[in-house]
Design a protein around this ligand. Sequence first.
Ligand code: HEC
Length: 110
Amino acid sequence: MRLTQVVFTGIVLSVCVAILLSAPPEKADPVAGKAIFQEKCAECHNADNKETKDGPGFAGVKNGKLPSGRPATHDVILDLVTKGQESMPAFKELLSEQQREDVVAYVMTL
Ligand code: HEC
């Protein structure tokens, strides 16, 4: 192999490794999110109907709207879970980033 080929192959390989290393963090897992929801959210939120407990029930969120009418997007829900609102606690310190991502993914399936 000529030197230029060796160098070229080396560059291609390092680019591939760089892409692999910069891959996004582990994907959100709605199944793990369900367990977190039951432990942390279910005391205040119903998952399978719209009835209000302490907070609103989430049935129908997958259709795109939260009970309040706000868009049920990943960013909106993650922001709420992270910062809390009114009598809902902030979960920034109570759940890891991965756990918050998981629970958001689960809520979006309801
Ligand atoms: C102590 C009770 C409590 C707990 C625990 C709680 N929430 Fe809430 N949540 C509320 C209340 C009350 C509201 C309504 C706040 C308002 O009216 O501004 C709310 C609102 C929300 C909303 C917005 C609903 C809308 O229609 O805009 C989302 C999304 C939400 N909670 C998700 C969660 C998730 C996910 C968890 C678990 C990680 C959780 N909540 C835990 C009480 C709680």
